[in-house]
Each structure stands twice: as C-alpha cells, then as structure tokens.
Design a protein around this ligand. Structure first.
Ligand code: MG
Length: 378
C-alpha cells in the first residue's frame, strides 16, 4: 500500500490521479489533499470519497470544516506546503503555475518523493530543486515520463540528445495566428488538459517550458535538447544515444499512464491506460517546428541557457500574457511578444544565482511588472 498526497487535487492532473487510485484501491491510499479556493465542493467530495484524514485549501477553510467533521483542515496560502510535508510515500504535485515551487521544495526538504506534474517548479526554481538531487523527483509530464523511461536503455553519458515531441497544438497548419480566438486556442486536438496548459500548447510555450524542465530533470545541456512536431501524440518523446540508436516511449495520449507510472514507480500499474491497438493501421508523422510562426521554443532555449533567473522570467511573463489573452485583452501572437520584450528588458540584469524562494519571487515580480507595462502598449 502506497500513501499518496495530492496537491492541486481538483485540477485536471489531480482528478485523473484520483481516478487511477480509485481503480487500484489495494495499491494506493490518499493521506492528504490540497487545492485552491475555487472548487471547494469538488474537494469536499474527494475527501469524503477517499476518506482523507487531512485536507488543505489556499482559501478560507470554514466551509470545509463544517462539511467535513473529524477531518483536519489546514487553510491559507501556506497550506499546500504543509500538506506537501506530510509523511507519505509520494507527493503528487499537480498545481499549475510557479506557485507550485514552494510545495515541491517543502516536500523534498522533509525527504518525500515528488511525482512532479508542475513543470513551473523546475522552470522557476530548477537550481533550488536540483540542490536536493535527482533521485526523489519522478516526472509526470508525458514527455518527461517518456524520457525517464527511455533513459533506462543506456547510461547517462551515452545520451546524445533528448527529443521532445509536440502535438503542434490546434494551429499547426494555420498560417495567420493573429486572428486566433480564445475558443480556438482552448480547443486542443489530442490532449485534454487545464486551460493554461492548453493555451501554452497552442503557443508552444508549453514545449519551451518542457525543454527547460528536461534540462533540469536529466542534467542535459540545452544544445542537446530538441523538439519535433508529432501530431498524433502517441510517441511521447525519445532519447538518442551516442551509437545512433533512438529509444522512444509510445502509448495513446492519456495522462493516466504517466500519472500511474510516477506514483507507482518503480512498479507499473496493470491497465493504467489502453495500449496501442495494433489491429488497426496507424501513421505516425514527425516534422520540424516552424520557428517563425512558433518562436516560443527557441526563445525558451535561449532563456534557459542564459541561466536560472531568466527561465523564471520567461514563465512569469507568460503567466501575465496568458491571463490577459484569457480575458481577451490581447491577440494570441502578443503572448510570445510580451515574453520576448520582458526577457529582453530584464535578461541582461538577471541575477545569476538563485539562492532561495525570495530570489524567485523578486525575479517574478520584476518580470510581471515589465510584462504588464508591455501589455499596456498592446
Ligand atoms: Mg507535456
């Protein structure tokens, strides 16, 4: 029996993780949940269904206390860090955004293993997280789960290249991206995800963040990490070894596969997801990214290579721009423009060593301020 804590339990990853757990009641037990304030009803149902003893919300906890007698309720901004530090086998971090960094660090500090779905943890604070070593972080992002699995085919110093696949999002073949509407951008062709990740997939900012994530997770330089468009989203990523051999991991697109792998690692959960059906015919295609229409990936590599603080700026500026796009205040193509303007203005003066969470917050605040100024000019 594995004791699991889930952070961001009411979001897309959290809900799917609970489905995996519900299907495997003899393997997993939920010992703590936390979520933001916007879906306390769902959180309450989850606590009841899984008989969870401790629950946290970043909002106000009185309604939870009323609805859940006998359950310990922790509330306020620090609650997810406290839940992350509970004694357990695995903390699944399914929070969206760089607010997931503090809870990841809190889990690692007490010796917990983290199944990491919050990519911004590594983008904003990769150096801080990796100071705890690589052993206790199991990736949940489908690409990184694929790389993690493919890595077992060789030794670290035999790796020539990491190749992340990208679906290309809904606009892979659309010429004019300036007229993209919010509804267009929220309609992803292969993956069902939360709204921010879906927009990030449409701009390919998501792939940029994932390259930075891969750099930290596997300790591979940016010059050896590439992304390729694979619209079917069945090959989740590949590792190329020195001898010219490439090892790929493939399965139909369904996050339950990587979630189950991460919370059960090193075991595999039987029937976590449906396998590829080899009785029907398939075509898998691969094509390079059009860097003119999708500048976000190269920009992320440049930011990542400049050092820790610049990646955090890339992410913070994107969070501001995506939120403006979701309020329909800016054009789709302005999202990456705003990131570029922000890192161009601040990148040169970025601190080179990120020492703690306060440094990350200071960098993010600067980036948000400059991104808001850039928004004002749009
Ligand atoms: Mg991914």
């Amino acid at each position: 029996m594995r004791d699991i804590v889930i952070l961001g339990s009411t979001g897309s990853i959290g809900v799917q993780a609970l489905e995996v757990i519900a299907a495997n009641p003899t393997k997993f037990r939920v010992v703590g949940l936390s979520a933001g304030a916007n879906n306390l009803e769902r959180l309450t149902e989850q606590v009841k269904k899984f008989a969870v003893p401790i629950v946290g919300t970043t909002g106000e906890g009185s309604s939870l206390r009323q609805a859940l007698p006998g359950v310990e309720v922790i509330d306020g901004p620090d609650s997810s860090r406290q839940i992350a530090a509970l004694s357990c086998d695995v903390v699944l971090n399914g929070i969206t955004g760089s607010i997931g960094l503090g809870p990841t660090l809190a889990a690692l500090e007490v010796g917990n293993t983290v199944a990491l779905a919050n990519k911004e943890t590594l983008v904003a604070g990769g150096d801080l997280v990796m100071a705890h070593g690589r052993d206790r972080i199991i990736p949940v992002d489908s690409e990184h789960s694929a790389l993690f699995q493919a890595m077992f085919a060789g030794k670290g110093n035999d790796v020539e290249k990491l190749i992340l696949t990208a679906s290309g999002g809904p606009f892979r073949t659309r010429e004019d991206l300036s007229t993209v509407s919010l509804a267009d951008a929220l309609n992803h062709p292969t993956w069902s995800m939360g709204p921010v990740v879906t927009i990030n997939s449409a701009t390919l900012v998501n792939k940029g963040l994932e390259i930075i994530e891969a750099h930290y997770l596997f300790g591979i330089p940016y010059s050896k990490i590439e992304a390729v468009i694979h619209p079917q989203s069945v090959v989740h990523s590949m590792v190329e070894f020195k001898d010219g051999s490439t090892v790929a991991q493939a399965s139909p697109p369904n996050m339950k596969g990587p979630i189950a792998y991460a919370i059960a690692y090193p075991d595999r959960v039987p029937h976590a997801t449906n396998p590829i059906d080899w009785k029907s015919s398939h075509t898998w295609t691969f094509e390079p990214i059009d860097t003119e229409r999708f500048p976000a990936v190269e920009l992320a590599k440049r930011c990542g290579a400049l050092g820790g603080a610049v990646a955090a700026m890339y992410n913070a500026a994107n969070e501001v721009a995506v939120s403006a796009f979701m309020k329909e205040q800016i054009q789709f193509t302005a999202i990456v423009d705003i990131i570029e303007q922000t890192v161009t203005r601040l990148g040169g003066q970025a601190i080179s060593v990120v020492r703690d969470l306060d440094d990350v917050s200071a960098i993010e605040n600067d980036a948000r301020r400059v991104a808001h100024e850039a928004l004002g000019k749009k």
